[in-house]
Design a protein around this ligand. Structure first.
Ligand SMILES: [Ca+2]
Ligand SMILES: [Ca+2]
Ligand SMILES: [Ca+2]
Ligand SMILES: [Ca+2]
Length: 126
């Protein structure tokens, strides 16, 4: 019984916090909430990679696990694309994306707890 009360209270508090902050959500925060599958307000490495994989799948129209210039359009001139393309061929492979995202994750995780909170993500995006 006690657990149920605590759970309900937590739920109400979360809802209340959500209500309060909704008008001020930034794009980064909305993306964070969408990526945070288990809703613990932290992005694990898995949650972080999952977003990248979903994006990758959407862009990879022919499903060959390589993003070619014609699949990503202007993105192929993006510094992030050029940086990530470590073998300097004309496409970004799934492996290259994962490697880049893992490096991204580590550099964003400034308190080294193996997860990203919304502050760390916001700072990293800016
Ligand atoms: Ca999470
Ligand atoms: Ca492709
Ligand atoms: Ca490549
Ligand atoms: Ca962290």
């Amino acid at each position: 019984m006690k657990n149920i009360v605590v759970a309900m209270l937590a739920f109400c508090l979360l809802n209340f916090a959500g209500e309060q902050a909704r008008a001020e959500y930034t794009v980064v925060e909305v993306n964070f909430i969408l990526a945070d599958k288990d809703g613990n307000f932290l992005l694990s490495k898995t949650e972080y990679l999952l977003v990248a994989l979903e994006d990758f799948k959407k862009l990879d129209q022919d499903g060959n696990n390589e993003l070619d210039a014609d699949e990503v359009g202007d993105l192929s001139r993006d510094p992030e694309f050029l940086d990530g393309n470590t073998d300097k061929n004309s496409s970004l492979s799934l492996e290259e994306v994962i490697t880049e995202k893992l490096a991204d994750f580590d550099s964003a995780d400034t308190n080294d707890d193996g997860a990203l909170n919304v502050d760390e993500v916001t700072k990293h995006q800016n």
